[in-house]
Design a protein around this ligand. Structure first.
Ligand SMILES: [Zn+2]
Length: 244
């Protein structure tokens, strides 16, 4: 599968960039995971907005779901002008403000995800793990038809259940919202040391630190993460493409 980092910033988008959003592609199928602020604009660097038929939202915090309505309106307009008639499938937790809107929408369909849900879209199989975060949030494990595995933690505190869920992934995209030494647990996130520990304990093939903070020297995140024994760790960058 091909993974494109569309956006990676925690809380708010950096100038001309976006918060969380990752585009998966294989065999003509495309799935967008998360739609934070700036994603509706920036995903169009890689794909027509009208060719996105599946969006998985890990939770409804602004930096992961702010552009949801932009995608819904794009589909509504496409339908009105008869450019595209295919529904936009939206997958997300059952609890949260946008759920009522998604359930009512005429041009999209809402699919509820919960712990142990499975979703199949073309060559991709998705599994979900309930995170430790202030709102209902899921980590996602994606396996394609050749067995390649991506785990995206979304936002979560470090915990043993997440290690088990992430175990053996070819690529781990992990929350890294804070520098080492900061109490990320109280915020429902991981700091760089915890992200590196997750990479090591889950024996990830390759790790990308994402959901990155705005302040500080980001290279320090890498130094902290690598201290736990995994060397193949990189910082997310907008437009980064990884094939696994
Ligand atoms: Zn969050």
């Amino acid at each position: 599968m091909k993974i494109t980092v569309v956006g990676l910033w925690n809380s708010f988008p950096k100038n001309n960039e976006a918060t969380s959003g990752y585009l998966l592609e294989k065999d003509g199928f495309s799935v967008l995971i998360d739609a934070g602020s700036g994603i509706a604009a920036h995903v169009q660097d890689y794909i027509s907005i009208h060719d996105i038929h599946h969006i998985i939202l890990t939770h409804y915090n602004h930096d992961h779901a702010a552009d949801l309505e932009a995608f819904m309106l794009s589909r509504k307009l496409a339908g009105r002008f008869k450019h595209r008639n295919q529904r936009l499938n939206l997958y997300g937790p059952e609890s949260g403000e946008p759920v009522r809107l998604m359930k009512r929408a005429k041009y999209s369909k809402f699919h509820s995800i919960k712990k142990n849900s499975t979703v199949e879209i073309g060559p991709f199989k998705f599994g979900f793990h309930r995170n430790v975060h202030p709102v209902e949030t899921y980590a996602v494990r994606i396996v394609d038809d050749s067995g390649s595995t991506l785990v995206y933690t979304s936002d979560s505190s470090y915990n043993a259940g997440l290690v088990r869920f992430a175990f053996g992934a070819d690529l781990l995209l992990t929350d890294c919202s804070f520098y080492e030494g900061f109490d990320a647990r109280s915020e429902g996130h991981m700091n760089a040391g915890e992200a590196g520990l997750l990479a090591a304990k889950s024996d990830a093939g390759m790790t990308i630190l994402t959901n990155l903070p705005h302040r500080g020297a980001l290279e320090a995140l890498l130094d902290s993460a690598k201290q736990h024994g995994k060397e193949d760790i990189q910082l997310a960058e907008a437009g980064m493409v990884i094939n696994i």
